[in-house]
Design a protein around this ligand. Structure first.
Ligand SMILES: Cc1ncc(COP(=O)(O)O)c(C=O)c1O
Length: 349
């Protein structure tokens, strides 16, 4: 018997990383011209890198296998062992990259006080170690994440990012943007890639989240930075050969999957609104983009709640003892949202 015949379609809201390439994207991948990218000879990778660099107002770009890899390469190039990285406690670079900045680059970390992952320029100033004190780590790199994953997809204010850049300039520090979901943020506030790109010394953009490509992230920055990043990518084992097949999916995503992100945001809004009205719900973070994070009341347990939803064909993650995350993406339709809301009505834990 076919599995499909006995199982209802699953609504997978665990992450926007679960999207599968559409037939049209697969077609673009099939047609891609390829070459050896470690030799710089893959025309499709080169086209994607050139396009991303110019889109974000930088000189160069580097196609990598993942957002973790682009972030970790950037941290490695910007720092020396013993340097300190300033970021927020829930930042992906700190929390979900396998301890990479400590293991790969020998950096220590200082957490900045933040509101849903967004901190202020004065908070950065207050966190910088005294350069004269030889016993303190060298505060070197600041990382901003936009949108903020653990902050329920919260969006950064560009003015605050600019003020943080000024603080970095005044203190000999560098600023990296983890823009895994920057396109989601720009869809909401109407900002353009160059307006973000030029604030930062380096930018990481993921093609395999809301944009729907199967693999790939791009690191963007000045020529000298990307030259060194290319060496570090190779050292980390990330040099790819006929990667144009993957880059073609990225180019297709930039062409076809940016404008539709607003649909994901509308669907996330609907889910967030429904959760807010449930008797078991204690709080829902404001739904700014495609991520919904909510807290269950004191008597409830997130893993039981997630298991109940799973019984009804809805997948999501418990991200705390009473906290749950759902993410809308291009695989989710309006009727999936209807079914999710129905399942939520029966998901008392
Ligand atoms: C904010 C953020 N940065 C970076 C990454 C890493 O991306 P990847 O899964 O491609 O390594 C993620 C993944 O979910 C993320 O949410």
């Amino acid at each position: 018997m076919h599995r499909a015949a006995i199982l209802p379609a699953v609504i997978d809201l665990r992450s926007d990383t679960v999207t599968k390439p559409t037939p049209a994207m697969r077609e673009a991948m099939l047609r891609a011209e390829v070459g050896d990218d470690v030799f710089g000879e893959d025309p499709t990778v080169n086209a994607l890198e050139e396009r991303m660099a110019s889109m974000f107002g930088h000189e160069a770009a580097l196609f990598c296998s993942s957002g973790t890899q682009t972030n970790q390469i950037a941290i490695n190039v910007h720092t020396r062992p013993g340097d300190e990285v300033l970021c927020e406690e829930g930042a992906h670079v700190y929390r979900y990259e396998g301890g990479g900045m400590m293991a790969n680059s020998g950096c220590s970390v200082k957490h900045l006080p933040a509101d849903r992952g967004r901190y202020t320029a004065p908070a950065v100033v207050a966190a910088i170690n005294d350069r004269k004190a030889a016993y303190l780590a060298n505060s070197r790199l600041v990382v901003i994440e936009n949108s903020v994953n653990r902050g329920g997809g919260a969006i950064w204010d560009r003015g605050e990012a600019e003020r943080i850049r000024s603080v970095c300039d005044a203190n000999g520090m560098v600023l990296h943007l983890d823009g895994a979901r920057l396109f989601n943020a720009m869809t909401v506030d109407g900002t353009a890639p160059k307006q973000w790109g030029t604030i930062f010394h380096s930018v990481s953009i993921c093609l395999s989240k809301g944009l729907g490509a199967p693999v790939g992230s791009v690191l963007i920055g000045p020529n000298a930075f990307i030259h060194q990043a290319r060496r570090v990518r190779k050292r980390f084992g990330g040099g790819m050969r006929q990667a144009g097949i993957l880059a073609a999916a990225g180019l297709f995503a930039l062409e076809n999957n940016v404008a539709r992100l607003k649909e994901d945001h509308q669907r996330a809004q609907r889910i967030g609104g429904a959760v807010r009205s449930m008797p078991w719900c204690e709080a829902v973070m404001p739904v700014d983009t495609n991520i919904v994070i909510y807290d269950l009341g004191l008597d409830h347990d997130a893993s039981t709640h997630v298991a109940r939803l799973k019984e009804r064909g809805v997948l999501c993650f418990a991200i705390g003892p009473r906290q749950v995350r759902m993410v809308a993406h291009l695989g989710i339709t309006d009727s999936d949202v209807d079914r999710t809301i129905d399942a939520l009505q029966h998901a008392v834990s």
